[in-house]
Structure formats: C-alpha cells, structure tokens
Design a protein around this ligand. Structure first.
Ligand code: ZN
Length: 113
C-alpha cells in the first residue's frame, strides 16, 4: 500500500500549489511516475480521491504518465524497459548503464480560480 504515501505527497503539493494560485479547486493533475516506483495507477487514483475529500483537490483527475527505464548499451545504443535490468534487452550485453524509471513528479496542475 505504498501508493498511500505517494497519494499523500501529491495531495500536499497540489494543495500548496492551489493556495499559491489562490485557486478554489484543483481540476486535474498530471504526474510522471517511473515504472520502478511500481505504482498502480488505479490504486493511486482511488486513494487520492479518498484523501482529497473535503479539500480543494476533491474530484481532481489524476493523469499518470509512465516513465520507462532507460538503458544505454555500449553496443546498440539506447532502449527502454519496463523494469530494472542487468543486461541489454536487445543484445543481452552486460555493458550498459541504466537511468530513469524512478521519477515521481507533478508535470502540471489545472486549477479553477
Ligand atoms: Zn545492446
């Protein structure tokens, strides 16, 4: 149930943004979530909806943009994967560097003032 902590963080950011913009309501939130976070979008939306009840973010839509893991292979360049890996998904070579896939950030926020 680690989505609960994530939902809580998102709500905190959304509410402080709403306050900063003197907004009455947050209508939608666009998030970037890395695949390595293993967040279940449906679960996250459900928990967020629950936590946001009675706040300006009540009823806000969560739009979740998944960020894949990025693999840079010495032999065949860049590819993407759905999880962490120790070998290149294309050539199976071990000479790779793995980045990304662990983001958790708000890309944009729509508010009603
Ligand atoms: Zn490769």
């Amino acid at each position: 149930m680690h989505e609960l902590g994530v939902a809580n963080d998102i709500l905190g950011i959304a509410l402080s943004e709403a306050e900063r913009n003197a907004a009455k309501k947050v209508t939608s939130i666009r998030l970037r979530v890395g695949v390595m976070r293993a967040v279940e979008p449906e679960n996250l939306s459900f928990l967020f909806g629950h936590l946001a009840r009675g706040t300006p973010a009540e009823g806000a839509q969560l739009e979740i943009v998944e960020e894949p893991v990025r693999i840079e292979c010495a032999a065949c360049g860049i590819s993407e994967a759905r999880s962490f890996t120790f070998a290149c998904p294309r050539c199976n070579g071990p000479d790779i560097s793995v980045t990304g896939g662990d983001s958790l950030s708000i890309l944009s926020l729509d508010v009603d003032t």
